[in-house]
Design a protein around this ligand. Sequence first.
Ligand code: PLP
Length: 385
Amino acid sequence: MEKLVNPRVKDIQISGIRKISNLVAQYKGAITLTIGQPDFPTPEHIMHAAERAIAEQRTTYTPNAGLPELRQAIAGFVQSKYGLSYSAADEIIVTTGASEALDITLRTILTEGSEVIIPGPIYPGYEPLVRLCGGVPVYVDTRESGFKLTAELLAPHLTEKTRCIILCYPSNPTGRVLTEREQQELAQLLDGRELFVISDEIYSELIYDAPHRSFAALPGMRDKTIVINGLSKSHSMTGWRIGYTLAPAYLSQHMVKVHQYNVTCASSISQYAAIEALTAGIDDAEPMKQEYRKRRDYVYDRLTGMGFELVKPEGAFYLFPSIERFGLSSMQFTMRLLEEQKVAVVPGDAFSSYGEGYIRLSYAYGMDVLETGMERLESFVKSLG
Ligand SMILES: Cc1ncc(COP(=O)(O)O)c(C=O)c1O
């Protein structure tokens, strides 16, 4: 009977990040630097808002696009933080995490054979969704441009079939951020073309030295851009499953139908918590960011001290050093590091074939874990000679 399963579903794989993090349980005493899950608790005032929602039995379905007060809070948040102007009435959809936001967006805009440009290495959540829609992922190798999609790299990949370009800055897995100039050059190239841009800005609150500039704020881009964001990383709320889309009304009116038949609405309790997060807690990410910055600097210094080649990331909470000089594949390096020193990292090839030759370390872990991790990694590197 399995032969009856949709071949597109059969062909997609469980993400390499999950595979490794599931494996760690089998190694006693192993420490993990794998998952992009903030290690801070959700701020208490947000928890209380959820408790109040439960106590007051605000536990029913909400409007499909989300509670009007939450959409208003999102509109206010992105206006004050990023200068974006979106109507709470018809340009914002509250989703079940950024993951669902990506899914409803891609299902709304892709048809059979639509080409989707994906700069690699990149977060592994996009390609399977593209394939499930019958779309064709077209990877652009960004290894020579410091993991940035530049206009120069993008131009030769644009065809009549290009339906969409995915941008993920700050980047998972590299932590890189585009400069204003790089963004402008991309916008100039794309202005006037009939295609969409999905700008996944889930790490927008975790940029260390400059304010976040949304791609939708660039000249000519608002009308073709769908901004993906959410509270998972900014408010340490991965399990609450609250994401959102910002998209012009002509697109949102269609996306909300896919969302309706998919999940009806995001969890009501989480939505009430999100109102609190995006009103009373607009700067909740700040203390976490200061801590992440210290960790980034620490791990970066340790890695460069061990001789790893890597760029210092401007955002998110990942480092993506090259392991090429060791002559091992990223999977071999990862498995040996786990077996010999009991440290789990993610092999770079989990982020498309363009990630081969790298590993990803997440520093969303306490300093004690990072210190032990670095000690063990150093012993491993020495043992490789
Ligand atoms: C770049 C990127 N986009 C989207 C997501 C999914 O976010 P959520 O947990 O809100 O679904 C993640 C999670 O790690 C991510 O790194």
